[in-house]
Design a protein around this ligand. Structure first.
Ligand code: LLP
Length: 431
């Protein structure tokens, strides 16, 4: 198992942020999410440094969908990042954390009337307008409030980052954004003259998630900067901000070979500089919206091992006290993870493979298939790493299993950030 961030092994035991994971498991019980605060902060700083936030007025907007307790909003704010929200719930979380509303980008392909109204009332910095329906409603709320709202248009750039050769298919088959190929984007631009309360300051695209290659982003720079030029030359619109979305890939298992934040940022910036020169346009402010790459490796999950079922010559199932309720990604995306027994870190592995199963009533509730761990016994504490993104945020109460608590660790101290759901919490909404 790869050790991320501040993870270290002392006396055969895994420590994170200077805190023994065995102590955490005893104190908070399992299952438990543990976050390495220092690693999150370092990632924020790396992004700011290598994406030239201070020198070039660029922005890093954390994609809150990856993981957004109020405590996370506070870190993001303290580190000077912007925030991408996609729902009333995320917006409200930011609001209750006193996150500056002008530093919020409001995304979503079907913002409800209530969401648009709350966004305008709260004064969010930018609406990333996705479609004609939203354009109409947003204009009418802004007119009522006599306010000018900054907007980006979400563009469907037609880059498929998940195909082998990042083809530009010209595809319009996406629920997100205004397509370039069928003229929707320019229709939206033309309509702006009927929307005096909306000011187009930027364009945005998002090309996918868990992407390891820089080339699709370079393609995206080409498409977006060509648009900036067309808007200037043909529409006399100065695009001041270009938002490339998120999607930078991270390490989950040995088969993942991610680039560093530095490598990604430097290559994207370099491409932007070249493209600006080539097109003879001013460099706009550049925005990235990382979610996963800021938090995935900083989060881990601690479980207790219960039943161990050895089916001779077939498989050994090692079951834990959580599963698809706290990490849906293996069942939903066949995502791979690494694990270890936290108080047997230096014990050698054998060739005997085991399968780590969750406790939900689904055969598909398997966290890790065929992993080799030695010496595993009921009562041991198991850690799965890199569960920081899309773990807690996609957790469910399936089988009426309460959600895990979240603890942040840093410099030898631990801090409870989200409580464990109680049994009565599970019944809270029931009349
Ligand atoms: N910006 C926009 C507009 C997005 O739609 C997303 C992710 C991001 C930024 C952040 O992308 P990231 O840097 O985290 O890859 N539940 C899936 C991931 C869904 C991502 C959706 N959009 C998973 O667990 O893999």
């Amino acid at each position: 198992m790869k050790l991320h961030g501040t993870m270290e092994v002392k006396d055969n035991t895994l420590y994170i942020g200077g805190v023994s994971t065995m102590d955490l498991a005893k104190r908070y019980k399992t299952p438990l999410y543990v976050f390495d605060e220092e690693l999150i902060i370092n990632n924020c700083r790396e992004y700011k440094k290598y994406f030239k936030v201070e020198e070039n007025n660029n922005k890093i907007a954390y994609a809150g969908k990856a993981f957004l307790p109020k405590y996370m909003c506070n870190i993001i704010n303290k580190e000077g990042l912007y925030l991408d929200v996609v729902s009333l719930g995320e917006l409200y979380t930011a609001y209750k954390s006193n996150f500056p509303m002008e530093k919020i980008l409001f995304h979503g392909n079907n913002k409800t009337i209530e969401e648009i109204k709350m966004g305008v009332d709260f004064g969010v910095g930018v609406f990333v307008v996705d479609n004609f329906y939203e354009l109409d409603i947003l204009e009418s709320f802004c007119r009522d409030k006599n306010k000018i709202q900054n907007i980006y248009f979400r563009v469907t750039p037609g880059i498929d980052a998940h195909t082998h050769k990042y083809i530009k298919t010209g595809q319009i088959d996406s629920k997100f954004g205004f397509a370039l190929t069928n003229g929707d984007f320019y229709n939206a631009v033309n309509k702006l003259k009927d929307y005096p309360h909306l000011k187009l300051v930027g364009i945005h695209a998002h090309i996918g998630s868990q992407i390891f290659e820089v080339e699709p982003y370079e393609e995206e720079v080409d498409v977006m900067f060509n648009l900036v030029k067309t808007l200037k030359d043909e529409y006399d619109i100065e695009i001041k901000e270009v938002d490339f979305g998120g999607g930078i890939g991270v390490y989950y298992t040995e088969s993942d070979k991610p680039k560093t934040i530095k490598e990604f940022c430097e290559k994207i910036i370099d491409k932007c500089e070249k493209k600006c020169k080539e097109l003879k346009i001013n460099m706009p402010s550049l925005i990235l919206e990382p979610g996963r790459s800021l938090v995935a490796n900083a989060g881990s999950t601690l479980y207790s091992i219960g039943s161990i079922k050895d089916i001779k010559d077939v498989r050994t199932y090692v079951s834990v006290d959580g599963g698809m309720t706290d990490n849906i990604r293996p069942s939903l995306y066949q995502a791979g993870y690494e694990c270890a027994v936290v108080n047997k870190m230096n014990n050698p592995k054998t060739s005997h493979k085991v399968t780590i199963a969750g406790k939900c009533c689904e055969s598909g509730d398997i966290l890790i298939s065929n992993t080799s761990i030695l010496d595993i016994e009921s009562g041991d504490v198991l850690i799965t790493t890199s569960t920081g993104a899309y773990g807690y945020s996609m957790a469910s109460n399936y089988n009426k299993i309460p959600k895990n608590p979240v603890v942040f660790v840093n410099k030898g101290e631990d801090k409870l950030v989200c409580k464990r759901q109680s049994l009565d919490d599970l019944l809270y909404l029931e009349l």
